[in-house]
Design a protein around this ligand. Structure first.
Ligand code: ZN
Length: 478
């Protein structure tokens, strides 16, 4: 059936216009009945955040997501568009998407008066019904709500009439979803105007009263510290937000790794095969996990999931770079590649004010060591290999992120203690490294993991010089 093109055809099709919150509620209910995934690609929120959002929608509430940075808040807000109908009818040419049955703007009133049921309608897609704005202190009433158009006033139109308005973002999102990121950063004056337009439907612009009856679902995000800070959000606006949903970082390492794998750029499609051992993924996620509890890092803004993703990409890139330079067709990240993650981490953490601000690389390195220790000890029991470790006396091992993988094979052919311990590690891992164990790139990665793990357990000394690392057995032993 062709889509109605006039109000008359729309009436004949018995189309019912719903308010935006009723429409989202209706679509949520049918998705829940069909057991369809509501937020595809959002990981680890199934039992915590998503049920709260569903309740907010069922309650027809405006919504605020409260959480530290990098907790997928913006992504969740944007996914709400999927709960809108694919298209809705509006009066053709209306700047504020007027409902064909009940237009609110003066222009549409005049059109309907003139053409009646033959007034033309247009269909608006769900993507065009979502707008977002990052709140900053310089956002103005004109940006969000509108401005009196003085040229139109000069043309002799009535001032109190909204045909003299140049509409801002919120009226243009009428019958849609308007998202405000970092809500507490809006000036109080704007918050008051926002509340007036949404709740009271009245606003004064340049001293002139304007009345606009809008139908908008407001969704916002905020950092908990800013939000709970007294005075940052005016009380009436706070009251209007029906549901406040708190987000969180991945609760398990599994979730964290899944988020990394889904978001990091991995498929590089240029002839070099990539394999990332499980332990390297675990270390990458563990670095962010430890950073989120570190006293040296300012925790009030948080450590974003983007840090894990960025670190992972740099890790892969360094392995890729090595493969290109050594002419290897297979890239496998190693522990020595981790020294490069600082470039991805630096911008994503803020040091605690008590820490000298030039120490960020030291803090990242310290956290990396801790992460390696934790993951290594999960696979390897130092106590079970005391004899092998003693045998390493007087041996030295040189590793580097620039050394080709074949060099590492010499260690395996000459050193039966290291080889024995690598086999023990592999047996614990069971993640595909065993199948590909013949690849020298995997062996190189495992050897570095073992050596760094022994170092982290204080069984080997480590000297670093210009990216080259020498591991040496400690001589002094009780
Ligand atoms: Zn209109």
């Amino acid at each position: 059936m062709p889509k109605p093109k006039t109000i008359k055809e729309l009436k004949e099709s018995r189309y019912k216009v719903l308010s935006v919150k009723d429409e989202i509620r209706k679509n949520l209910i049918s998705r829940l009945k069909e057991k369809r995934e509501l937020f595809p690609g959002i990981i680890g929120y199934e039992h915590t955040v998503i049920p709260q959002i569903e309740n907010a929608i069922l309650s027809k509430h405006d919504l605020l997501l409260l959480g530290l940075r990098g907790q997928a808040k913006t992504r969740l807000l944007r996914s709400l568009t999927q709960l809108l109908d694919p298209e809705i009818p509006i009066i053709k040419g209306c700047e504020i998407n007027d409902n064909p049955y009940h237009p609110v703007c003066k222009t549409c009133h005049d059109t309907v008066k003139e053409h009646g049921d033959y007034t033309e309608i247009a269909w608006l897609s769900r993507e065009d019904r979502y707008r977002e704005k990052l709140a900053t202190p310089d956002v103005t009433v004109a940006d969000l709500i509108g401005e009196i158009d003085l040229i139109k006033v000069a043309e002799g139109r009535y001032l109190s009439n909204e045909t003299t308005m140049h509409f801002g973002l919120i009226p243009r999102t009428n019958r849609g979803i308007f998202a405000i990121n970092e809500l507490p950063d809006l000036s109080q004056k704007i918050q008051v105007s926002l509340f007036n337009i949404l709740q009271e439907r009245d606003i004064q612009i340049r001293g002139y009263p304007i009345r606009l009856s809008l139908d908008v679902m407001i969704v916002c995000s905020a950092n908990p510290e800013d939000y709970t800070n007294r005075g940052r959000i005016v009380t009436p606006l706070k009251d209007r937000i029906g549901s406040v949903v708190t987000t969180h970082y991945p609760l398990t390492r599994e979730d964290g790794i899944e988020i990394i794998e889904q978001n990091a750029w991995i498929d590089r499609e240029d002839g070099i095969d990539l394999f990332v051992p499980r332990f390297m993924k675990e270390i990458t996620e563990e670095i962010s996990h430890i950073a989120r509890a570190s006293q040296e890092i300012n925790q009030s803004s948080g450590v974003s999931a983007r840090m894990s993703i960025g670190n992972y990409e740099v890790l892969i890139s360094n392995a890729e770079r090595r493969a290109i330079k050594t002419g290897e067709a297979f890239a496998v990240p190693r522990i020595s590649d981790l020294r490069h993650i600082c470039t991805a981490s630096r911008g994503k953490i803020e040091l605690d004010p008590t820490i000298d601000e030039n120490q960020d690389d030291d803090v990242i390195r310290k956290i990396t060591r801790e992460a390696v220790l934790k993951i290594f000890n999960q696979y390897f029991s130092i106590d079970a290999f005391q004899n092998e470790i003693k045998m390493l006396s007087d041996r030295t091992y040189l590793v580097s992120d620039s050394i080709s993988s074949d060099e590492y094979l010499k260690i395996l052919s000459q050193d039966k203690e290291i080889t024995g311990m690598i086999h023990a590690l592999q047996a614990e891992m069971n993640d595909g490294t065993t199948e590909k164990e013949t690849a020298p790139q995997i062996s190189a990665s495992l050897i570095e993991f073992l050596l760094e793990g022994l170092h982290a357990n204080k069984k080997l000394n480590k000297d670093v010089c210009q990216g080259h690392v020498v591991y040496k057995r400690k001589r002094i032993e009780l």
